[in-house]
Design a protein around this ligand. Structure first.
Ligand SMILES: Nc1nc2c(ncn2[C@@H]2O[C@H](COP(=O)(O)OP(=O)(O)OP(=O)(O)O)[C@@H](O)[C@H]2O)c(=O)[nH]1
Length: 310
């Protein structure tokens, strides 16, 4: 994906490579990525299917480097967008050095998990590590049961129970994933946490804010595009301000009304929450200009999908 930086001071047994997490919606993939990377890179939300884009976080250590590729959930496609997402996931899976299959400890294995297991079985080259997530939510007995159930599901290179929230076993999982990486010098320089363009992360922050507390069907109908991100001219050097112009696309006028809220109240809340995140990300105050637009049936229209960056 990126050309290696050849260093002479790394140990001979240094390992580096790509890993990604799969699992049904809400399995805990984004939270786990954040726990490993230690910074909020991937966007989490209590609503399923929020991770649309491939966002990488990098775990850089003395002995290994893990480049985490956070993919959208692999699920049965219902729309053209769903199909595109699955294609994207399969393409990513074929390229990585290890796959972490997340299975939440607080839920039984279901058809969604079997669907993913069957897909993964088709990628023979890549080792799959089974990860029983959210172990803090259940008893030790239930964790043991979940591990046994996972073992029945498919052949794993290793099986690790973990809690990203309670930070239990995160280091163990990191070690197990590192073992699966090929011998290689680091692929990215130290300190580089993500190679996602900032604009994409800004778009994700707005998307996350817009999804807070809305009805379940809305997430699929939202796309966010950053139109412009510029430092404002005529500002003193010690008091910079960035202008960030963002469009939120929905499919129907009724959805536009939900996002905007009574007298624009929801949109103001979305703007203020997103701005806090964007300011933290960019390290500068921003003026956020948010617009809500209707793009009819964008999920089914290839031309619109292209324009919206899918
Ligand atoms: N208690 C507990 N909750 C967790 C843990 N990991 C994730 N969660 C919660 O589970 C929900 C889903 O987590 P995400 O990390 O967004 O899940 P995801 O698999 O990335 O979800 P999608 O983007 O929808 O595919 C969030 O509300 C998290 O806070 C954990 O270790 N313990």
């Amino acid at each position: 994906m990126t050309s290696p930086i050849f260093r002479t001071d790394v140990p001979e047994d240094y390992r580096a490579g790509f890993a990604c997490f799969v699992g049904r919606p809400n399995a805990g993939k984004s939270t786990l990525t954040n726990a490993l990377v230690g910074t909020k890179v991937a966007i989490t939300s209590s609503k399923p299917q929020t991770t649309r884009h491939t966002i990488r976080g990098i775990v850089h250590r003395q002995s290994h480097q893990l480049v985490l590729v956070d993919t959208p959930g692999l699920h049965r496609p219902r729309t053209l967008l769903g199909e595109r997402l699955n294609e994207l996931v399969m393409a990513t899976l074929a390229e990585v050095d290890a796959i972490g299959f997340c299975l939440p400890a607080d839920e039984k294995i279901g058809p969604g998990d079997r669907f993913i297991a069957q897909k993964l079985a088709g990628i023979a080259r890549t080792p799959v590590v089974g990860i029983v997530t959210k172990t803090d939510r259940v008893s030790r007995e239930r964790v043991a049961e979940a591990l046994l159930a996972a073992q029945e599901l498919m052949d794993f290179a290793a099986l690790v129970p973990v809690s990203a929230v309670a930070e239990e076993q995160v280091d163990v999982l990191e070690g197990v994933l590192a073992e699966q990486m090929p011998l290689s010098p680091p692929l990215y320089p130290e300190g580089e946490l993500t190679d996602e363009p900032e604009q994409r992360m800004v778009a994700e922050l707005v998307r996350e804010a817009a999804l807070e507390g809305v009805r379940d069907e809305l997430p699929h109908s939202l796309a966010v595009v950053v139109e412009e991100m510029l430092p404002r001219e005529d500002r003193p050097a010690d008091r910079p301000l960035w202008d960030v112009r963002v469009n939120v696309f929905v499919e129907r006028p009724s959805q536009k009304a939900i996002i905007i809220g009574r007298g624009g109240s929801r949109l103001r809340e979305i703007g203020s929450q997103a701005r806090t995140g964007i300011e933290a990300l960019l390290g500068t105050p921003v003026y956020l200009d948010l617009h809500v637009k209707v793009a009819k049936d964008w999920q089914r229209d290839p031309k619109q999908l292209g324009r919206l960056g899918f």
